[in-house]
Write a protein that binds this ligand. Structure first.
Ligand code: ATP
Ligand code: MG
Length: 394
């Protein structure tokens, strides 16, 4: 199985540099490694000191490939039909074609499609490791939740809408002079939904993990904490945090001041993110660029210099049996009671943490059970279920 590692974090903290460093080190340790990025600024190429043409993997060294995902092209391929349809609707409503084109750009769609590219690369079996240099945190998070959100929509509303739409297409188009979506559009949406479900499967499997890149600054750390909670909410495993740009000790007052402040923040990072290991990356005297610099960096950061040496982590969601009860356990590190809300709707459990929400379809095993109680302690939510018939079976 191909291992997948995602590096995410706030803007400018070092995601691209650390993704590239991990790739170089993994390839040197004998793994066929592909490092990918969607950044239109092409900084992955800059960090590796190579010219990268977007669209396909490019070989850099033994067992090492790099790819700049050409998100525009992917967008055209899988979303083109939908976009054309939407422009049609807008222009029939009197919107000029240039504005129509701008309005049909889905925010975040390029990132989502780049995740499809990750799934495709995993499927080829050509690589032992695929590393993705992700967009800054908030964006990525929302996107990672998308397959599931879409899943809910597709199960509930879509089949109904699709029926209505096909029944109404001809009469409505005529009456409203507005193009109705044809089957190409409907198919494109269904295909995307199916694809995203598969992406989610790849990214939440036990061969995938996410790493939080941060710097020892209070604002960055606060965001990393929130990210850890919400990644767990959505079922992604975080197996490490990398604290980048840590000042080495020195004598002058300016440096001593920073070193002290950073050490304090690193201590709180370790306390807060525990049990996620926090690795430190020194602030180097120059920008790490090129294979040699990146290899040296990884050597310094990971245990035995191996980016895959971090211990595997449990999935955030699990079921435990307790007598005749079943307990659904959802790890929500750092979440506090006031932030978490739980609701039951049919066979679904809706968990809200701050501004993030997950609709969990209850596993088959729980469908004949009812919620008997729920609690949150030490960053773990436990929902207790009892059999509906009180445990007696005739
Ligand atoms: N440990 C380090 N020591 C010195 N310079 C570093 C270190 N880590 C990163 N840098 C430099 O910091 C800058 C930002 O790093 P990088 O591009 O990897 O961040 P990023 O998180 O990918 O940014 P963006 O959010 O813009 O994609 C680069 O110039 C990089 O060379
Ligand atoms: Mg970057």
């Amino acid at each position: 199985m191909t291992r997948v590692v995602l590096y995410t974090g706030k803007g400018g903290v070092g995601k691209t540099t650390l993704s590239a460093a991990a790739a170089v080190a993994a390839a040197e340790r004998g793994r066929r490694t592909l490092v990918m990025s969607t950044d239109p600024a092409h900084s992955l190429g800059d960090v590796l000191a190579v010219e990268v043409t977007p669209g396909s993997p490019q070989r850099l060294a033994d067992r090492l490939w790099v790819e700049h995902i050409d998100a525009r092209q992917l967008l055209e391929r899988s979303w083109g039909a939908v976009q054309d349809y939407l422009s049609g609707v807008l222009s029939s409503a009197g919107v000029d074609s240039v504005s129509a084109e701008e309005l049909t750009v889905l925010p975040g769609a390029e990132e989502v499609l780049s995740l499809l590219e990750v799934r495709d690369k995993v499927r080829t079996g050509d690589y032992d490791l695929v590393i993705l240099d992700c967009a800054p945190t908030a964006e990525t998070l929302r996107l990672l939740a998308l397959p599931e959100a879409l899943d809910w929509y597709m199960r509930r509303i879509w089949p109904f809408e699709r029926r209505v739409v096909s029944a109404l297409r001809a009469p409505l188009s005529k009456a409203a002079r507005m193009p109705m979506p044809d089957s190409g559009v409907l198919d494109a949406v269904e295909r995307l939904h199916h694809d995203l479900g598969q992406v989610r499967e790849v990214l939440t499997s036990d061969s995938a993990s996410v790493r939080l890149v941060l710097t020892p600054d209070s604002v960055v750390l606060a965001e990393a904490r929130r990210t850890l909670t919400s990644l767990s909410l959505y079922g992604y495993r975080v197996d490490g945090a990398l604290a980048n740009r840590v000042f080495p000790a020195g004598r002058d007052r300016w440096r001593a001041g920073w070193v002290k402040a950073q050490q304090e923040r690193l201590r709180s990072a370790r306390d807060d993110l525990d049990p996620v290991p926090v690795l430190t990356v020194p602030y180097l005297p120059a920008e790490p660029v090129g294979l040699a610099d990146l290899a040296a960096l990884a050597e310094d950061v990971y245990p035995q210099g191996d980016p895959l040496a971090l211990p595997p982590v449990e999935p955030p969601l699990g079921l435990e049996r307790l007598g005749d009860q079943i307990v659904l356990v959802l790890r929500l590190p750092l979440a506090v009671k006031g932030d978490v809300d739980l609701a039951e709707r049919g066979n679904e459990l809706i968990v809200t943490v701050g501004s993030y929400r997950r609709v969990l379809a209850l596993p088959g095993a729980l469908q004949r059970y009812r919620i008997a109680g729920a609690g949150l302690a030490d960053g773990v939510m436990r929902v207790r279920f009892l059999p509906r018939d009180g445990g007696r079976r005739s």
